[in-house]
Ligand binder design. Structure first.
Ligand SMILES: *Cc1c(COP(=O)(O)O)cnc(C)c1O
Length: 381
């Protein structure tokens, strides 16, 4: 099935009792059992819910995998995987991961004996060298956030698999529309469904997807035991969002190209990072590994923090807000907003400078977006 068709149909069947074409919101906590020990597959909504079950199937189908599990947020999904580790186990992560992933591992799970380290995955020799006897998982985010570095997923998978280590990919930025981690050998895909999958900035949710039955059973046990599940209503909203994923991603990318090309030509802008630009250091890899480049663009203002303040304050169409992946365009200042929990020295090493701006390019008219950026850049003194 073509991906455009899959977005609308994959994993979704008409509701069996009424034939409702759209999956209803099963807003119930429990299910009546006809007799002792007999039920229809549903006992309690933390364990299972029909709206969530359909969404989990749809998400797995879109990634081309067998099993999906949804969680209350992206971080709850990541934490479910981390919860499958034991004290002393080690996770090897790429260095500019999502700030919340860093915070979870370093400030929360480290207290429970989970070790983690963060290294530059564009250096494959360093990845290999950083593996320890206790390493259980390798965690990739590509393109990275917010500097949009592209990591060679297949190469990292080969390094991990040679030693029996499983590899997870946070595919939030690309979505399965552009990037298919399972085809590159990954063992697990994580999403913040909050972003492009839902696409309308009205839900927080996360998911884990895999083909390994043993891993699925373990994570499903944790999903029920720890209980970080999303509401049936939010599952309904993400199911609705998925139907337009393909058309939205296509438009996000078209607009991102226009915005990136516009920014390159401006004197206030020092460096534009978009994997679809030939000037991007991993352009060839990005082209080979994915079918597109996404809707995120980051750039550095030559005038540093002062310029960033003036620029952010002058925007009218772009909203100054955390998050990304919705239909509306957003502007983020990583050093003060999304990545404030990353220590300053590490931020500087990663290129998260005070002049760095990250744009989530929405699906408005590209002319309106570039006009807004132009007037905001003009306002910098
Ligand atoms: C937002 C985000 C997360 C965390 O997801 P939440 O839904 O906010 O908990 C993880 N990874 C990436 C790349 C993200 O953008």
């Amino acid at each position: 099935m073509n991906f455009n068709t899959a977005c609308i149909h994959a994993g979704v069947e008409p509701e069996p009792v009424t034939g409702a074409i759209m999956t209803p919101i099963f807003q119930t906590s429990t299910y009546v059992q006809p007799e002792l020990g007999v039920h229809k597959g549903y006992e309690y909504t933390r364990t299972n819910n029909p709206t969530r079950a359909v969404l989990q199937n749809a998400l797995a189908a879109l990634e081309g995998a067998r099993f999906g599990l949804c969680f209350a947020t992206g971080m709850a999904a990541t934490d479910a995987l981390v919860s499958s580790l034991k004290a002393g186990d080690h996770m090897l992560c790429c260095d500019d991961v999502y700030g919340g992933t860093y915070r979870l591992l370093k400030n929360v799970r480290a207290q429970h004996g989970i070790q983690s380290c963060f290294v530059d995955f564009s250096d494959l020799a360093l990845v290999e060298k950083s593996i320890r006897p206790e390493t259980r998982w390798i965690w990739i985010e590509s393109p990275t956030n917010p500097t949009l570095k592209v990591i060679d997923i297949r190469a990292v998978v080969e390094i991990g698999h040679k030693r029996g280590i499983r590899v997870a990919v946070d595919n939030t930025f690309m979505t399965p529309y552009f990037q298919r981690p399972f085809e590159l050998g990954a063992d697990l895909v994580m999403h913040s469904c909050t972003k492009y999958l839902n696409g309308h900035s009205d839900v927080v949710m996360g998911c884990l997807i895999t083909n390994h039955e043993d891993l699925y059973e373990q994570l499903k046990f944790i999903q029920n035991a720890a209980g970080g599940v999303p509401s049936p209503f939010d599952c309904f909203l993400v199911l609705r969002g998925l139907k337009t994923l393909a058309v939205r991603m296509q438009r996000h990318q078209e607009n991102a190209f226009d915005v990136a090309n516009f920014l390159i030509a401006r004197k206030e802008v020092r460096r534009v990072s978009y994997p679809g630009l030939r000037s991007h250091p991993q352009y060839e890899l990005a082209k080979r590994q994915a079918s597109g480049f996404g809707g995120m663009v980051s750039f550095e203002l030559a005038g540093g923090l002062e310029a960033a303040r003036a620029f952010a304050g002058a925007l009218k169409v772009f909203a100054l807000a955390e998050s990304l992946g919705g239909v509306e365009s957003l502007c983020d200042h990583p050093a003060i907003m999304t990545h404030a929990s990353v220590p300053r020295e590490l931020r500087e090493k990663l290129g998260i400078t005070d002049g760095l701006i990250r744009l989530s390019v929405g699906i408005e008219s590209a002319d309106d977006l570039t006009a807004d950026l132009a007037q905001a850049l003009d306002s910098i003194r």
